[in-house]
Design a binder for this molecule. Structure first.
Ligand code: GLY
Length: 446
């Protein structure tokens, strides 16, 4: 099934269950001091959960552009190194605002995955919240019983239901805000031989690239207050989030999100421009593959941010975008031998691939290309000098600690975001003296 159809099928399914289909909110958030970017489908509905805004539609579904690069949900370090985390990704979601609750949310998730998308039920696992003493939240026996009934009806046992703790099964938007216990659906896409050797249930929530979470069903019941306490919400709600790119990997029978039709036009274009093949070995040490994945991922984050009105800049959300783009430029420079700007050329491919569903990409294409090209050219002017300086430094270093003053010089004079220097340090077995870097930064501000 092509990715366009996967998206449409999700939305049609929930439309038939009387959900109002709404467009994605912008990925860049302008009016919430607790959040720079949309990091989950529920962000735009925060005030509905909290009871601060009137509920118009009790059932909603959409696909939401999300960016997880800062704050509580930050996947940046994994991106490109693994095959299933992204900076920008689409989250398919359905919501109930004080309407249906656990039973329907769970039953519909099963129906869509097994009956509609035809995922092999034997490959699915389900987690439920085991409770938390500190928060005083009980074990979610209700979700357990609902899954149990479905499994038994389908000739399966409760072996497939796993209990998980607060870290994995209590979802929170940020340090404060709406939250609640959740039930995740994981899928095992390994080969039959591998499954015979190691049972999938032992790999759930263990960072295995082929035993992965695809859908999270959150049962919103609380508001986390600034003092850390939980306050019950005025009503109970459902908030679900399914990773579109991961779902595409499962439905297209691939072993990496980058091999789906969401990413393959980009990886092919990067390969053809740079003349470096994408070997697709899933090997995290193969730097050319990592670089191709990083660029394919990051260009999407940057292009969609610009389309949503956030240009790269030197502070706040703009600096996050600049950092992401500079990370991609540096990977291209170091591992694909790209000394000239080229990432902007990928925008054409991206807008062809995604522009039908996200017309802002087509409408803003000229601006996106121009901004990325200028950013690339400007950073490439100092990148080489900075890298040479960095290499000289580590060759002469007497310890494995990089002085904060030096990291600051790279930041201030050569435009190296600190996480880029951190990345280069880690690659070479070094680390940065961060207190001293922060001190330098503070000094500059004063
Ligand atoms: N709000 C559900 C999730 O992000 O997983």
């Amino acid at each position: 099934m092509k990715s366009q159809e996967i998206r449409e099928t999700f939305l049609t399914f929930f439309k038939q269950k009387n959900h109002q289909i709404v467009p994605s909110a912008p990925m860049v958030i302008k009016n919430d001091p607790t959040l720079m970017f949309t990091n989950a489908g529920m962000n735009q509905f925060k005030d509905l959960f909290l009871g601060n805004s009137p509920i118009k539609d009790k059932r909603i579904a959409d696909t939401q552009k999300c960016l997880r690069v800062s704050g509580k949900h930050n996947d940046l370090e994994e991106v490109g190194v693994d095959t299933y985390h992204h900076t920008m990704f689409e989250m398919l979601g359905n919501w109930s605002f004080g309407d249906y609750f656990k039973k329907e949310a769970i039953e519909w998730a099963w129906e869509l995955l097994v009956d509609v998308y035809k995922i092999d039920k034997n490959r699915l696992y389900f987690t439920v919240f085991e409770g938390d003493e500190e928060d005083g939240t009980p074990e979610d026996t209700e979700a357990f019983e609902i899954w149990k009934a479905i499994l038994e009806k389908n000739g399966l046992t409760t072996d497939k239901i796993l209990k998980a703790n607060k870290k994995d099964n209590f979802w929170e938007m940020g340090d404060t805000g709406p939250c609640g216990p959740c039930s995740e659906i994981h899928v095992d896409i390994r080969s039959e031989e591998e499954i015979a050797k190691i049972p999938g249930k032992t790999l759930v929530n263990n960072d295995h690239p082929q035993v992965i979470e695809i859908w999270n069903l959150v049962f919103m019941e609380f508001n986390r207050m600034a003092d850390g306490k939980l306050k019950p919400l005025p009503a109970k709600h459902v908030d679900t989030g399914m990773g579109f790119e991961r779902l595409a990997m499962v439905l297209q029978g691939k072993k990496s999100n980058y091999d789906t039709d969401v990413f393959s036009p980009l990886t092919s274009k990067i390969s053809s421009i740079t003349a470096v093949p994408y070997k697709n070995t899933l090997d995290a040490t193969l730097k050319t593959d990592v670089a191709i994945r990083v660029i394919a991922d990051h260009v999407r984050a940057v292009a969609f941010s610009i389309a949503d009105g956030q240009l790269p800049s030197n502070n706040g959300a703009g600096y996050v975008i600049r950092r992401i783009l500079r990370r991609a430029i540096r990977y291209a420079y170091s591992f694909l031998n790209q000394k000239e700007a080229f990432i902007h050329q990928l925008v054409e491919v991206l807008s062809e691939q995604m522009g039908k569903f996200f017309p802002e990409l087509v409408e803003q294409k000229t601006l996106i290309i121009q901004v990325i090209k200028e950013e690339e050219e400007s950073f490439l002017r100092t990148l080489e000098k900075g890298i040479t300086k960095f290499e000289d430094y580590i060759q002469q270093a007497k310890s494995k600690t990089i002085d904060g003053k030096f990291a600051f010089e790279l930041y201030d004079t050569f435009g190296f975001p600190i996480d880029l220097t951190q990345l280069m340090a880690t690659e070479n077995g070094f680390h940065i003296d961060m207190p001293s870097f922060t001190h330098e930064l503070e000094q500059q501000k004063n």
